[in-house]
Design a protein around this ligand. Structure first.
Ligand code: GLA
Length: 387
């Protein structure tokens, strides 16, 4: 019988072959590895602002389906709260009457629970991204029963696992009056009171919020304050108000933001920045806010940074983020959470709104998840204040 032990050249060959296989194995595996997250000396966002407020991001399904492991790792490192960007909206949760799709939402909740991340449910009641069958309902009774079933079924399923719910999203017009949605038209303002009541009954521990855009505008602010007062007068639990905070490099002004934070805090409820992002792209229509039904044809002039963001604009964005975070920290006794609407620039809805297929840069991380100047400028605030 042939023994390698007794045959050094065969042994050498065998070792060579094995090393070759090992090398091949390493090469294949390394090629598959994504670049590591950047090592920074800075502490993370969530650690930096731990004494001030929760720091969050809206996330999409790639994150929990493990297709985006960089994003998932960044979430665990930088943020202590997440909001699903789309998957918990009505059209996805109850696509057909009485038929609920819980799978994706369950995975978000598992991810949050495992990683000790506060989960924000977004949202229970909104006129947009509704399921088609709801829009076809003609009778008030049926709509009321469907609304009740939707709110209660979903809120009850996640009892004890949800930090807070955006119970009602965008119920106001710009002039502060109630938006003439299907719900208002058929059910009157009672739909607001009832939605909050049903959510509380189903999940008494979750915080309950009203969420909207352009919340720094005088008229809309008045409307939001009236809406909250109406709920309070009806004895309904409302814990906080979400200012979506889809803002620009100059609008709204710091004064407008500050006045609004103070006005909402005066209602005795928490104030949150729930969908923060800052567009750097031109907006010829003076469009503000986030009316998702508005979309326009673009031109090249409207997409000036398709290759890269000039340093001058990156610096302006970093300054803007620093200014608003300084304001948030100043009022952190009133602000309980600041959530960015996305993690990296490539995933932001602002690449497609209000004009499709542009290249926008509204967040703190670039398209490869590298921290931008804006990220460092936000962290600097806490470094400066600890000197
Ligand atoms: C609004 C909604 C969000 C999202 C954004 C655009 O702000 O609250 O859910 O749809 O518009 O992404």
């Amino acid at each position: 019988m042939f023994h390698m032990k007794n045959n050094p050249s065969a042994l050498f060959k065998k070792i060579k072959n094995l090393s070759f296989i090992a090398l091949l194995f390493l090469m294949v595996n390394c090629a598959d590895q994504k670049p590591p997250l950047p090592e920074t000396k800075e502490v993370s966002l969530k650690e930096s602002f731990a004494d001030n407020f929760l720091i969050g991001a809206a996330v999409n399904d790639a994150l929990i389906s493990l297709k985006d492991s960089l994003g998932a790792n960044l979430i665990k490192k930088e943020y202590n709260t997440i909001t699903p960007e789309n998957s918990m909206k009505w059209m996805y949760m109850e696509p057909q009457q009485g038929v609920f799709e819980f799978e994706t939402a369950d995975r978000y909740i598992d991810f949050s629970t495992k990683n000790n991340i506060a989960f924000i449910g977004h949202n229970l009641v909104w006129h947009s991204q509704l399921a088609e069958w709801v829009e076809k309902i003609t009778s008030a009774e049926e709509l009321n029963a469907s609304l009740k079933n939707h709110v209660q079924t979903i809120a009850a399923r996640y009892t004890g696992k949800i930090h807070g719910w955006d119970v009602v999203n965008e119920a106001l017009n710009e002039d502060g009056t109630l938006r003439n949605s299907l719900f208002l038209e058929k059910l009157g303002p009672d739909y607001l009171v009832n939605s909050f009541k049903w959510a509380e009954e189903a999940d008494p521990k979750a915080e309950l919020y009203y969420n909207d855009y352009n919340m720094t505008h005088v008229e809309k602010r008045k409307g939001a304050i009236e809406l909250v007062k109406m709920l309070q007068k009806e004895g309904v639990k409302i814990d906080g108000i979400g200012m979506q905070a889809h803002w620009g490099l100059e609008d709204p002004t710091l004064e407008q933001i500050e006045t609004s934070i103070l006005a909402y805090a005066d209602l005795g409820i928490k104030v949150m920045m729930t969908e923060l992002d800052i567009t750097v792209l031109p907006n010829p229509w003076d469009l503000e806010g986030a009316e998702v039904s508005q979309n326009f044809e673009g031109s090249e002039q409207m997409n000036p940074y398709s290759d890269q963001l000039p340093d001058s604009v990156a610096t302006q964005l970093a300054k803007r983020y620093k200014d608003i975070f300084e304001l948030f920290v100043k009022h952190s006794d009133k602000i309980s959470r600041v959530t960015f609407w996305g993690i990296n620039d490539g995933h932001s809805w602002l690449n497609n709104w209000p004009i499709e297929k542009r290249t926008n840069y509204p967040l703190l991380f670039d398209r490869s998840y590298q921290p931008k100047a804006a990220y460092h400028s936000v962290l600097e605030i806490k470094q400066d204040s600890t000197h």
